[in-house]
Ligand binder design. Structure first.
Ligand code: SF4
Ligand code: SF4
Length: 56
């Protein structure tokens, strides 16, 4: 199951981008986005300090 970011909550610490083993996070128009290919490992959800990432 893929994940999504609540951009209103995200503090842009980039912890999720650093921890994603698939390297799916990228920045577009000053917002963090996620490419296809999530393996549902959950690492990004666990690392986010403001609980901005959730399963879709
Ligand atoms: S759940 Fe895992 S594979 Fe999917 S975006 Fe988060 S860190 Fe990357
Ligand atoms: S870990 Fe959370 S606060 Fe940090 S960039 Fe990712 S979504 Fe935003």
């Amino acid at each position: 199951m893929p994940v999504e970011i609540d951009h209103k909550v995200c503090g842009f610490c980039l912890g999720c981008a650093t921890i994603c083993p698939e390297g799916l996070y990228y920045i577009e128009n000053n917002k963090l986005e996620i490419s296809e290919g999530c393996t549902d490992c959950g690492h990004c959800i666990e690392c986010c300090p403001v609980t901005a990432i959730s399963e879709i």
